[in-house]
Write a protein that binds this ligand. Structure first.
Ligand code: SAH
Length: 338
């Protein structure tokens, strides 16, 4: 049996054609799954009974089991999903005045081992398929009876290390026949996989690229992000410039403020220097506790850091904290309920 969610529109049409399963019905099938949230073929009543039966002999609609759902007082909801092989991931819904964001995972665990992030602690297991990625969005929409209109690949895993499946998922997320979310409302966040950034710069896609920077020198960055030993800051910034040239769009930088590690004015100055030729937004995130030795930067110091960047012409904002009370904030997602 194959997971029908693993097929984007064109692939499904071709597959139905090959299987002699009325390929001109692809739009209806997509409509049932992505707009009407059908989780079985039996309910697709505008397809003949015979077709429904034949399709269900080839495909399943591969939804994960909802193991646990936790709600925060700020409206954030965290979901723990279990796939048929027993592996689990988390995803999160975040509510803002102007949008409902789904924060989704691209891998079971993560191989990058950033010192401050809870996802790496449980190790890396495998990539998710595009269908498994999409099923998190479907599952959240069904469970909350709500339409998600903004997607961030900021859950568990490094999306650029699962490039092809993430791209396939993005096709379906942005397809008017499926989730119909505009490309500018999809963000891919990367710890700095240079090859992936360069590849993305060649895609006919207009998504938001977000770089998890967190330090402005190689020494400091390599201390907290081992991936920096493979792709240096210089290489990373070079790739971002190539991306920017190709897309002519602002790039987002995420910068976690760690108390007395990277939050001084000297750090802000170094950051400003490496960002000065790049059109960007900087999101300052005060470290969320994950049991590491780091501490949260106090708000007043975060504001001084933010002001320095702004005074030097770099758009920056201290990101509102969401979901920390239910361990759903950036960096707090893990593989298991502990
Ligand atoms: N691997 C990708 C996608 C994960 S996104 C990436 O690194 O970008 C998750 C975001 O949360 C990243 O910006 C990550 O650096 C950040 N993050 C991780 N741990 C955190 C923590 N403890 N506090 C605040 N942000 C954290």
């Amino acid at each position: 049996m194959e997971n029908i969610l693993d097929y984007d529109y064109t692939a499904l049409k071709n597959k139905l054609e090959m299987e002699k399963l009325e390929p001109y019905r692809t739009t209806q099938v997509f409509d049932w799954i992505y707009k009407k949230h059908a989780t079985s073929f039996a309910v697709m009543t505008n397809l003949s009974k015979q077709l429904r039966e034949r399709i269900s002999m080839k495909f399943i609609i591969g939804m994960p089991e909802l193991v646990k759902k936790t709600k925060s007082s700020d409206g954030t909801v965290k979901f723990l999903w279990k796939y048929s092989d027993g592996n689990t991931v988390e995803s999160v819904i975040l509510r803002y005045p102007d949008r409902i964001t789904g924060c989704i995972s691209s891998q079971v665990g993560c191989p990058l081992n950033c010192a401050f992030c809870a996802t790496g602690i449980s190790g890396y297991v495998r990539n998710l398929t595009s269908g498994e990625i999409l099923s998190q969005i479907l599952g959240m929409e069904i469970s909350e009876n709500e339409k998600i209109n903004n997607i961030v690949f900021m859950g568990m895993g490094e999306p650029m290390l699962n490039y092809d499946e993430v791209m396939k998922a993005i096709h379906v997320i942005t397809d008017p026949k499926a989730f119909k979310i505009s490309q500018r409302r999809v963000s891919i966040s990367t710890a700095g996989i240079v090859d992936g950034i360069l590849k993305l710069s060649e895609e006919p896609l207009d998504v938001i690229l977000s770089i998890s920077l967190h330090a402005s020198t190689d020494d400091k960055r390599s201390m907290i992000m081992p991936v920096n030993k493979k792709y240096s800051l210089e290489d990373l910034m070079e790739a971002v410039k190539i991306y920017q040239k190709a897309k002519d769009r602002r790039v987002t930088f995420e910068y976690i403020l760690f108390d007395k590690f990277n939050d001084s004015l000297d750090d802000a100055q170094k950051l400003m220097k490496i960002l000065k030729d790049i059109k960007c937004n900087v999101n300052l995130i005060r470290y969320n506790d994950t049991g590491s030795t780091f501490k949260k930067t106090p708000m007043d110091r975060a504001e001084i850091f933010e002001k320095f960047l702004k005074d030097n012409g770099i758009e920056s904002v201290i990101r509102a904290e969401k979901g920390e009370d239910i361990s759903a904030a950036c960096g707090q997602l893990r593989r298991q309920t502990l």
